[in-house]
Design a protein around this ligand. Structure first.
Ligand code: SF4
Length: 453
């Protein structure tokens, strides 16, 4: 917020201050605030000369460019980040993770990996986590072999690809197979950037530029942009992980403070270059990579990478939430228990797992605590007897069961008396740990007969 206000002041100084409202805002200051927040456009003020508009466009464009990888449903947007540290606001665009295959492999082996990427889904706290695409490496040095490898991927893939080769001839052979799908081209170097940038321009593809120092990277990014490459990514060519960490952090810092706008592009990381590779993947996710190329990961490493990415790219000020409502677990009937809990996603999915394992059908009432966990919601007053009453009424829970007994979480025990008074339902205080819910229901519900408590 402070950052936006400072930028608004800077912009305000450039405006003519006629207070004519022709921009659609009541004052120049409001207009400046909207510009700074990216919600207005410099062209809306008719009194600005072209030079000032250019300055404003520079000051208001995102510090890190948004780059869209691939086309269609599985397109991956990366970049367009606005903070150095996640707690300052949030990280918005998770890095695309690409398994890599080699053009030295048999077509069948390449297709098997391509199919795995198409089909593999890891459901976690309400989201379906997936791989983003495939990187094809030109390890043969042969353009024809590279073209065949890309064609093998194309038979299966409906997701973004990265074409990895230093040879413009090989890249052209690969692009001939998949250029319409805007694969990422890796990489333009000081030696080949003229030809490679021309390919990126011709096929409209994002282009990775690769150099071992930031001045070289910024220079190549500018040169390729000037040659017509539509989108740029930066490969800082790290020799070891520490070097990646230092360079990637420097790039983010310089892009955000706009001290070097030519570094305002997403970062590319080849994690296969590090031992152990997992360290590279983790560092890439935590430290600003927009594209991470990996080997074909084992299921354990795969889950680790996707889980970490999901956790880092959630808004720290906005817990992952479930939609409030009445959910059925199994095939509950009128004598089945009703359990109430909060709409913090992790609470819901943890509890759901244990309830399903117990094989006791039940009704699960999720109340809107703005995503807070039980303990926090009770402490912050987000979970109250009033909310429980309103939720019971709104979701017509009484119409689903014959009894009037509500199981509440153990940590909500201080509210039990007030809930009984306000709702008229008898309250059973459940366990504090969701892992004990099965045993609790067996003892307090099943053993005592239908709706016995
Ligand atoms: Fe100010 Fe320009 Fe808006 Fe007029 S059109 S109020 S001069 S910003």
């Amino acid at each position: 917020m402070a950052r936006v206000a400072l930028k608004a002041l800077e912009i305000y100084k450039m405006l003519p201050k006629k207070n004519c409202k022709e921009c659609g805002y009541p004052t120049c200051l409001t207009f400046a605030m909207k510009l700074a927040a990216g919600k207005a456009d410099a062209d809306s003020c008719p009194y600005l000369d072209e030079a000032t508009k250019q300055l404003l466009r520079g000051a208001t464009r995102p510090p890190i460019q948004l780059v869209k990888l691939g086309v269609g449903e599985r397109q991956v947007p990366v970049g367009d980040e606005i903070v150095l540290f996640r707690h300052e606001k949030a990280f918005y665009h998770p890095p695309g993770i690409f398994f890599s295959v080699s053009d030295l492999w048999e077509g069948e082996r390449i297709r098997a990996v391509a199919e795995r990427i198409m089909g593999e889904v890891f459901p976690r706290v309400g989201e379906n986590l997936r791989w983003n695409g495939l990187a094809v490496r030109n390890e043969s040095g042969d353009p024809a072999a590279f073209g065949r490898a890309v064609a093998a991927v194309e038979e299966v893939a409906e997701y973004p690809e990265v074409l990895v080769s230093g040879s413009p001839g090989a890249l052209a052979a690969g692009l001939a197979q998949c250029g319409n799908y805007r694969p990422v081209i890796h990489a333009a170097t000081p030696e080949n950037h003229g030809e490679v940038a021309a390919l990126a321009k011709r096929f409209g593809c994002p282009l990775v530029v690769r150099a071992g120092d930031l001045a070289g990277l910024a220079g190549l990014a500018k040169a390729c942009t000037d040659l017509g490459a539509p989108n740029i990514l930066l490969d800082p060519a790290p020799a070891h992980l520490g070097e990646f960490l230092a360079r990637s952090t420097d790039i983010r810092r310089k892009a955000l403070d706009r001290s070097d706008p030519d570094l305002g592009h997403p970062v590319y990381l080849d994690a296969t270059a590090f031992v152990p590779e997992e360290a590279g993947i983790v560092t890439g996710i935590l430290k600003y990579a927009g594209v991470i190329v990996t080997s074909v990961l084992s299921p354990g490493t795969a889950r680790m990478a996707l889980t970490l990415r999901q956790n880092i790219y959630t808004d720290p000020q906005k817990p992952i939430q479930m939609t409030p409502g009445l959910y059925r677990v199994g095939e509950p009937g009128p004598a089945s228990p009703v359990l109430a809990t909060v709409n913090f996603s992790l609470t819901y999915f943890t509890l759901l797992g244990y309830l399903e394992a117990s094989r006791i059908p039940c009704h699960l009432l999720i109340v809107d605590t703005e995503g807070f966990s039980v303990l926090t919601a009770v402490a912050a007053g987000k979970l109250s007897e009033r909310l429980i009453k309103d939720s019971l009424d709104r979701y017509q829970v009484g119409e689903q069961v014959k009894h009037r007994i509500l199981v509440i979480p153990g940590y909500a025990a201080p509210l039990s008396g007030r809930i009984e008074e306000t709702t008229g339902w008898k309250v059973l205080v459940g366990p504090r740990d969701a892992a004990d819910i099965g045993e609790f229901l067996e003892r307090e519900w099943v053993a005592k007969g239908p709706a016995a408590p």
